[in-house]
Design a protein around this ligand. Structure first.
Ligand code: FCB
Length: 417
């Protein structure tokens, strides 16, 4: 410990927003959409059983029951001294059939927004976080060009209902991850493995984004700040060879840079989500056709992901070239015992602060996540929450990281050691 620094706070800029992030499907419960149906499909159950996994651990079901406990959950954001909350609306609830909008569901999100404003918590509303109504799935999901048009109507409905109170809009969550996992790796529904189809999906997603962007700007001008939450991955070269260095740069381009580029000029800010560090190694036939990831993994989280908080710094520095405000709309780690999370949060934020000091316009940080949630194809095992959730009673219990994060939000900075 450096005695000189002990007790000192490493401060963030005055208007910095501290928040937490969630998504509808992962916490709300009882939704009927493409995911909820896929989870229960015969082929999915068979696949899990063949891996000796219990299919029950992979059913979202009542999730965290947050659709009913939303006031309690917003209270938890307040307990954390959060100044912002990122959550998503569930398209399948709002438009369960094409053209039929459910006013009660819209009013539900309206009440959330009102409550947040009342508590001086800035809502960051995500319009699409990976799930689709069944009628959209049935017309081919994002492979169908018409889906972008339908998405625009849904977005417009929300804009007309909530637009007076919502300033920050995230049209799409990680379109790159969705395209990769649902249409290249075949790990998420609809489990397609086709680069060609993935490309169509990506084009339609970007089309949906720019149409929604223009609609929001037309209605609200600069009162609406609109962006995408991008997945950003840190690649380094295995063994530092020239070839691997070139491949690492190629991976940067293919896996995230071109997505940020293609969203320009339709983004008022860059939503940035960091979880992974990968060392790229030349390997014909590897995971990325000519390359593979070889990670050191000297320390890993509960999902086997390398704990590498310092990777956030070079990525933020890279974003400086866009000359746009950056919001870190997700960052976190799976850690049921809360062993490494406190250090992970502090280390991450130390690097964020350094990037800010060096001129990157980072305006907010949202920890993923408020609650232990349904972690997509990984089911219920990974625990990302600042609050634990009892799967039977739905009781929320703070992990010790919740206390640490509440202090950070209150102090607008981290304690130096
Ligand atoms: C991100 C997703 C989010 C959550 C975290 C762990 O890629 O946007 O829903 O699953 O990973």
């Amino acid at each position: 410990m450096n005695n000189e620094n002990q007790g000192k706070i490493l401060k963030f800029p005055a208007a910095f927003l501290w928040g937490v992030s969630t998504s509808a499907y992962q916490i709300e419960g009882n939704v009927d959409n493409d995911w909820s149906n896929w989870e229960k499909s015969e082929s999915r159950i068979k696949e899990l059983k063949s891996k000796n996994l219990n299919p029950d651990d992979f059913i979202c079901g009542r999730a965290c029951d947050s659709y009913n406990r939303w006031e309690e959950d917003i209270g938890l954001v307040k307990n954390l001294n959060g100044g912002a909350y990122r959550f998503s609306a569930e398209w399948a609830r709002i438009e369960p059939e094409q053209g039929r909008f459910d006013e009660a569901a819209i009013a539900h999100y309206g009440s959330m927004v009102k409550k947040l404003k009342e508590l001086r918590i800035e809502p960051f509303l995500t319009l699409w976080h990976w799930t689709l109504p069944l009628w959209v799935r049935d017309i081919g999901g994002w492979e169908n060009k018409d889906t972008s048009r339908h998405f625009l109507k849904y977005a417009e409905k929300l804009a007309d209902s909530l637009g007076e109170d919502v300033r920050f809009w995230i049209t799409l969550n990680e379109p790159q991850t969705y395209t990769g996992l649902s249409y290249v790796a075949g790990a998420f529904p609809p489990q397609i493995k086709s680069l060609f189809r993935a490309n169509t999906v990506f084009k339609n997603l970007m089309q949906a984004h720019s149409a929604a962007y223009r609609m929001l700007k037309q209605k609200f001008k600069d009162k609406a700040q609109v962006g995408i939450s991008h997945y950003v991955n840190y690649h380094t070269a295995y063994g530092n060879t020239l070839l691997n260095k070139a491949l690492a740069r190629l991976m940067d381009y293919l896996r995230w840079q071109r997505f940020i580029d293609s969203a320009e000029p339709c983004q008022d800010f860059i939503g940035f989500q960091y979880y992974h560090h990968d060392r790229v190694k030349f390997k014909p036939g590897g995971r990325f056709i000519i390359a593979d990831n070889v990670n050191e993994n000297s320390a890993t989280n509960d999902m086997g992901w390398e704990i590498y908080p310092q990777g956030i710094y070079p990525l933020l520095k890279y974003l400086k070239r866009y000359n746009k405000p950056v919001y870190i709309t997700e960052n976190g780690t799976a850690d049921a015992d809360d062993d490494h999370r406190p250090r992970f949060i502090n280390e991450t934020l130390r690097h964020v602060q350094q990037a800010i000091r060096e001129g990157v316009d980072v305006r907010g940080y949202f920890h993923w996540s408020l609650l232990d949630n349904f972690e997509w194809a990984h089911g219920w095992n990974p625990k990302f929450g600042l609050y634990e959730v009892d799967r039977r009673t739905f009781e929320r219990k703070p992990r010790s990281s919740a206390g640490l994060y509440a202090d950070i939000c209150k102090n607008n900075g981290i304690m130096l050691e």
